[in-house]
Design a protein around this ligand. Structure first.
Ligand code: PLP
Length: 375
């Protein structure tokens, strides 16, 4: 059966060069990086070379990169440490954050009795930056946590503008950059973000590894205790093959960025045109010409009966997309992101998130639309 993978915001296919690098490390470089013999020192040097390479790609310094098991862990570490170690008393965030941020903040709010304010969301799904300034003008040691690219609708936060506002009010700024690291240029020397996070599997690297960027000068206490790894911040033997694979994946993403961004943007435009041709009543969640180039979220003008089975029907044809308006296992639970921007009627209609990579083709899109027509 033909297979069409259009769920790249969820995870991505690993690049063959990354598999080759990881296989080499797994088979040849098996020393424990904490061991002092040659095997160990070699593994340690692979980790440090990976750290340097990642830092270079983001124009930061190696000491600012802390390896974690995923972005969820990195988000948890940063948010918890800001409360416990930096003694922030208030967090400003939004209702459209990924649950790795939103739920973490909501749970910690009760545990530590901190204030949480939510920035308004504009109808386009973008953050109301004017409201952010209003919220910041209130007293209190504050962390602002706002994601860069929204994983469901692809809206993009203007990081430079938000960083400037945060600095103006002396607030820390954390951003979940899981959807944008490796897909757009970062210059962390020029953009004074305090914290950001990434997950390798979103940029054609392995699952089970990510990193936190923590700006030099910010002192946090360990996340995991019991070892000296990661400057004592995260004890536990490092996953050398995953770390080397992540560094390779990021290097390749930036090496091919220009051509891949252009290719994917054209594919997104083709998808919009073809969908509009087929469904003149189609609507988009977020302005599709302004949302991030690899994410397109559409509201299909389908009847309610067709809505429930849409993902199942596409899956039967080998097509992977995701549904913006429902959770797994058939239970119709509106997406917390779409619930913030859609009216009741549109929320009932099937929203589909189509997310692209450079491995997709126009034939994939034609196949998707052919099969949508059959539903
Ligand atoms: N943040 C965003 C924006 C995401 O899209 C995801 C993954 O879907 C995560 C965080 C969590 O990443 P991970 O599951 O790799 O920890």
């Amino acid at each position: 059966m033909k297979k069409v993978y259009l769920d790249n915001a969820s995870t991505t296919a690993i690049r063959p060069e990354v598999v080759a690098e990881m296989t080499k490390v797994l088979t040849e470089d098996y020393g424990n990086p904490s061991s002092t013999h040659t095997f160990g020192r070699h593994s340690k040097s692979l980790i440090e070379l990976s750290r340097k390479s990642i830092a270079k790609n983001l124009n930061s310094s190696a000491q600012e990169i802390i390896f974690t098991s995923c972005a969820t862990e990195a988000n948890n570490f940063i948010i918890q440490s800001c409360i416990k170690d930096l003694k922030i008393t208030r967090i400003i965030t939004s209702k459209i954050e990924h649950h790795a941020v939103l739920h973490t903040i909501q749970i910690l709010q009760n545990q530590y009795n901190i204030d949480v304010d939510y920035v308004n969301i504009l109808p386009s799904g973008e953050i109301d930056v004017v409201h952010l300034s209003d919220l910041l003008s209130k007293e209190g040691k504050t962390l602002v946590s706002l994601m860069h690219v929204n994983n469901e609708i692809g809206t993009v936060l203007n990081l430079e503008r938000v960083v400037k506002i945060c600095k103006q009010y002396n607030a820390y700024f954390h951003t979940d950059t899981v959807q944008s690291i490796g897909k757009t240029i970062f210059n962390l020397q020029e953009t004074p973000i305090d914290f950001l996070v990434a997950s390798a599997h979103k940029f054609h690297g392995p699952k089970g590894v990510g990193f936190a960027f923590i700006r030099k000068g910010i002192v946090l206490n360990p996340l995991l205790l019991g070892g000296e790894q990661e400057k004592g911040l995260r004890a536990g033997t490092e996953s050398v093959h995953n770390i080397a694979g992540m560094a390779k994946a990021l290097e390749l993403s930036y090496l091919h960025l220009t051509e891949e961004e252009k290719y994917i943007s054209e594919l997104k435009k083709y998808t919009i045109d073809q969908l509009q041709l087929q469904y003149p009543d189609i609507k988009f969640n977020g302005n599709p010409t302004e949302t991030f180039y690899n994410i397109l979220n559409v509201i299909l003008p389908f009847s309610e009966e067709k809505t429930a089975m849409i993902l199942f029907n596409l899956d039967m044809k080998g097509i992977a997309v995701s549904r913006g308006s429902a959770c797994q296992s058939g239970s119709i639970k509106p997406s917390h992101v779409l619930a913030e921007i859609l009216n009741e009627e549109d929320l009932k209609k099937p929203s589909l998130r189509i997310s692209f990579s450079h491995y997709n083709t126009k034939e994939d899109i034609d196949y998707l639309i052919e099969n949508l027509k059959l539903i």
